[in-house]
Design a protein around this ligand. Structure first.
Ligand code: ATP
Ligand code: MG
Length: 388
């Protein structure tokens, strides 16, 4: 039996004149991602995207891939009826949905008639198909209000389709439709979630990771690549810029007061990230900060770290509890990797008594003992680019 996915666009249908551009990008994203899974024919008609599943392909894998492409509200996995007739619809429903009928106690039929030339209304189609299916599956009772199984019949211009109801798509907007941003990606739980949330809003991500060899190990770096790989199941291809950070941390430790260590370090991260953003056409930076979670994430601390860069800094986790962040991390499959026990550059030199209410003059005074520009330039020059 021929199977297809019917994908319905989400928010982009609201986009007026830009709609065509959005749809083109959505289709391009889907095709590129699907190419890793199966050789599917993909087309779009009347804001519905059709993914034809070849006989030899793994239909579950095709479905899983589609569910991770931002921009689709719902996805229905459907059988194509050999003909656009009621007999063909009934025969297809009987065969394709037999396993679902075997599990359900009640059912109803819902129909959509996209092809207005089809000689019956949707109500008539539902009644007729429902009556026939009730005879074919006498153990499953018709129930118009709370059915366990809803048989969906869609009569579209070229074909008729039968399926057991749509599943939620990834939602959001097509990757790239809102531009590109630099994601400060540590090995923790929060930053991959932050990246995912902003990618969902249509941002293409460029990962930026600060690496402090030998204080942090090769394994810690591999862990970050693994997180980027898991993110790329949602965001498509991604590059990670690995920034050598050891010298900067050693300089700060040597020349600045311990209580300011983390803040000055984070200001360096923002400066370097902005340089990366400039070079790679990023319009914003993204971090995994959450208000009050640690000493460097108080309001005054974030004012001090944000002050060194002029790009907008998106902090989508800012209002979230750890529990809420973890829930998303599990859903997007980054959690198990994030909790692997490798050290991060932030934890290596953590001060015993970090300053949670920093004053700008003190920070500036401390930084005056460092050659900030030279340190930033040297770090930027040493960046290693890894394509995930
Ligand atoms: P996460 O779980 O994302 O590591 P966290 O709660 O551990 O976050 P911090 O270590 O204070 O928080 O870091 C705050 C944010 O700074 C991170 O979410 C991340 O965006 C960025 N960041 C921290 N360390 C690094 C790093 N080594 N490389 C890149 N970005 C980093
Ligand atoms: Mg961290």
């Amino acid at each position: 039996m021929k199977e297809v996915l019917l994908l319905k666009c989400g928010e982009i249908v609201l986009k007026g004149l830009n709609r065509k551009t959005f749809e083109d990008r959505l289709l391009k994203n889907l095709k590129r991602r699907m190419a890793n899974v199966a050789d599917c024919n993909i087309s779009m008609r009347q804001s519905v995207v059709y993914v034809e599943i070849p006989d030899e392909a793994d239909g579950d894998a095709v479905m899983e891939c589609a569910k991770r492409v931002f921009g689709f509200a719902t996805i229905s996995r459907a059988a194509v009826c050999p003909e656009k007739t009621l007999e063909s619809v009934i025969g297809t429903a009987k065969a394709y949905l037999a396993p679902r009928f075997a599990e359900a106690a009640s059912f109803k039929v819902e129909s959509k008639r996209g092809d207005k030339k089809f000689p019956m209304t949707s109500t008539e189609i539902s009644q007729h198909v429902g009556g026939e299916l009730a005879d074919l599956f006498p153990d499953v009772r018709p129930d118009m209000h709370h059915p366990e199984l809803t048989v969906n019949v869609e009569i579209r211009e070229q074909y008729a389709f039968v399926h057991a109801g749509p599943e939620p798509g990834a939602g959001g907007m097509p990757i790239g439709s809102n531009g590109r941003a630099g994601l400060l990606l540590s090995g923790g739980i929060d930053s991959p979630v932050a990246g995912w949330m902003m990618a969902k809003r249509g941002l293409e991500l460029v990962g930026i990771h600060f690496f402090s060899y030998p204080y942090t190990s090769e394994q810690a770096k591999e862990k970050v690549f693994e997180l980027a790989r898991k993110l790329s199941a949602w965001c498509g291809r991604m590059s990670v810029m690995v920034v050598p950070f050891t010298k900067i941390q050693e300089e700060i430790r040597e020349k600045c007061h311990e209580e300011l260590f983390t803040l000055i370090m984070r200001r360096f991260m923002m400066r370097i990230s902005e340089r990366v953003a400039e070079e790679y056409g990023c319009g914003a930076l993204i971090t995994g900060e959450s208000l009050g979670q640690v000493a460097s994430q108080t309001m005054p601390a974030m004012a001090v770290t944000g002050a060194v860069c002029s790009l907008p800094v998106f902090r989508p986790c800012i209002g979230m509890d750890k529990e809420e962040i973890v829930r998303i991390a599990r859903r997007i499959d980054t959690f198990e990797t994030s909790i692997l026990p490798y050290e991060d550059c932030c934890t290596v030199f953590t001060p015993k008594h970090p300053n949670t209410r920093p004053k700008m003059p003190k920070i500036l005074e401390a930084e005056s003992r460092l050659d900030v520009d030279a340190l930033v330039n040297e770090a930027v020059a040493g960046i290693e680019i890894v394509h995930i």
